[in-house]
Design a protein around this ligand. Structure first.
Ligand code: NDP
Ligand code: HEM
Length: 480
């Protein structure tokens, strides 16, 4: 008798033979009653779920968030409750455009998604490694993503589509500059910053609201690849991010990021020369300095990639008392889009999957549906409505967010009216060292291969407006 456990069917019955199909005679045919063969093939047919429509290729790990500075004057969120307090968390990094099998070392924005399992529910901060984004109106997001994905006829990525859209959308210039700069191609997620990007809000126990931006600065330092280095890397391995992140954590070399916030008192939002809710803008550090909050450390690899990373569902809609949204139009759309994607990609009760399940008590009245594998009503099987007379969970007005002052007539406002798309892109260009500027020009020129001249000319005019040296540099790199 072997000391290994006995293999069973999924219904728990012991399996006598996992090597040979059940056949009528040694040459076959196979009998239909070979349930184990059928189950094995049927399971294989269901091993894939839809990949994320964006950010399909990703790398993740578990870790801890530790508070190092007191910010309770800004937020009542218990996660920030005391210096030294630790909260378990999950991080998933990703590229945006590539499919699940894409190579890791490709030039692209990187996702920087965090899930904090707080005692008041899960707080997800679903950011990028860039502080801004390509667009400021969510109505343009599907159009923008189409330009990053495959052309319907050629089934190839299209430089023409990308530069056509960017050149017609000058608000993209700031993000395009970051993408084409050195930081557009990090060596691995360990060597990049993360940003919440949007403006969110904090509110404290006195009911005061502050606008807030989140920053995660790598403690490993920035390390990036040139396009030529990346080609050599991809030629040897397409999985360098997974190897680096998984390998360093496995070796006990835990990556860390220092967490900072920029904080703006609620009413100051009406006074800044830029719209502080515009996702294509940063808040200059000189105006809103970074305030240290804590540190995140990734220290545990997932035991099962599919269960813990592929099934992870991050959503900007997951906030906790003390943390809130802002009027940012892009954020507003994301509050809808992610949970909708999760219901499609993972199923109705995706929040109950172990990786997404809060580590605090959960009491809701959502019932039934496919994969209703959990109980939220133990001892009260009949409680499927509220209010009720049987001691079911009720609301808690003490966690109500302070009222938000808003005004304005409902209309489709031109989001390009009165917006300066050039100054901050130019500021970034001007802070780049000369060598990085030269690589920026080359990266842009390289990605314009095959793009019609009229589109290139339209884009060159944007570079000129950000800084005449920017336009001149790209022109020279294009050989003009
Ligand atoms: P600061 O001089 O105070 O900050 C410069 C910022 O630029 C730092 O966050 C720094 O990040 C980042 N940075 C430095 N080198 C590079 C690089 N090669 N590629 C990309 N980012 C780099 O100036 P401001 O706050 O006035 O911002 C000036 C410009 O810096 C902005 O227009 C924006 O493009 C960019 N920036 C600003 C951020 C902000 O939140 N204010 C955040 C990130 C970029 P680090 O400290 O990690 O090196
Ligand atoms: C993933 C929509 C803008 C960061 C996704 C997904 C959708 C989506 C549907 C897939 C979710 C899933 O299947 O789990 C949108 C829409 C946007 C938008 C509609 C704008 C209107 C942004 C911005 C950022 C961002 C501005 C960063 C600041 C991410 C990240 C992921 C993601 C990091 C991957 C999350 C993970 O690792 O699971 N987005 N997105 N997105 N998005 Fe967005």
């Amino acid at each position: 008798m072997s000391d290994k456990p006995v293999m069973t069917t999924s219904a728990g019955a012991p399996v006598s033979d996992n090597q040979n199909s059940l056949t009528a005679g040694p040459r076959g045919p196979v009998l239909m009653q070979d349930y184990q063969l059928i189950e094995k093939l049927a399971h294989q047919n269901r091993e894939r779920i839809p990949e994320r429509v964006v950010h399909a290729k990703g790398w993740g790990a578990f870790g801890t968030f530790t508070v190092t500075q007191d910010i309770t004057r800004y937020s009542r969120a218990k996660i920030f409750g005391a210096v030294g307090k630790q909260t378990p968390m999950l991080a998933r990094f990703s590229t945006v455009a590539g499919e699940q099998g894409a190579a890791d070392a490709e030039r692209d924005v990187r996702g920087f998604a965090l899930k904090f399992y707080t005692e008041e529910g899960n707080w997800d901060l679903v950011g990028n490694n860039t502080p801004v984004f390509f667009i400021r109106d969510p109505l343009k997001f599907p159009d923008f993503i189409h330009t990053q994905k495959r052309h319907p006829r050629t089934n190839l990525r299209s430089n023409t589509a990308a530069w056509d859209f960017w050149s017609l959308s000058p608000e993209s210039l700031h993000q395009v500059t970051i993408l084409m700069s050195d930081r557009g191609l990090p060596v691995s997620p360990r060597f990049m910053n993360g940003y919440g990007s949007h403006t969110y809000s904090f509110w404290n126990t006195d009911g005061e609201r502050f606008w807030v931006k989140f920053h995660f600065k790598t403690q490993q330092g920035h390390k990036t690849l040139t396009n030529a280095e990346a080609e050599a890397v991809v030629g040897k391995s397409r999985e360098t991010y997974q190897e680096d992140l998984f390998g360093s954590i496995e070796a006990g070399d835990f990556p860390r990021w220092t967490v900072y916030v920029q904080v703006m008192p609620e009413l100051e939002a009406e006074k800044t020369p830029y719209n502080p809710f515009d996702l294509t803008k940063v808040w200059p550090h000189g105006d809103y300095p970074l305030i240290e909050v804590g540190v995140i450390e990734l220290n545990r690899n997932a035991d099962n990639y599919f269960a813990d990373i592929e099934q992870a569902a991050f959503s900007p809609s997951n906030i906790v008392p003390g943390i809130g949204f802002s009027p940012d139009k892009m954020l507003q759309a994301r509050i809808f889009a992610y949970a909708d994607a999760h219901r499609y990609r993972l199923g109705t009760h995706y929040e109950a999957l172990p990786v997404n399940a809060p580590k605090c008590p959960v009491h809701h009245y959502y019932k039934d549906g496919s994969m209703r594998f959990f109980r939220n009503d133990a001892g009260n099987p009949d409680l499927y409505y509220e209010p009720n007379s049987f001691g079911g969970p009720t609301q808690d007005p003490s966690v109500a967010e302070p009222p938000l002052r808003i005004s304005g007539d409902a209309a489709r406002y031109n989001h390009r009216d009165g917006n300066d798309d050039y100054t901050q892109a130019g500021n970034l260009f001007r802070l780049l060292p000369e060598g990085e500027k030269a690589r920026l020009f080359q990266n842009i020129a390289g990605s314009m291969q095959g793009v019609p001249q009229a589109i290139i000319d339209r884009q060159l005019a944007h570079f000129d407006k950000a800084d005449p040296a920017y336009g001149a540099g790209v022109r020279a790199a294009l050989g003009r």
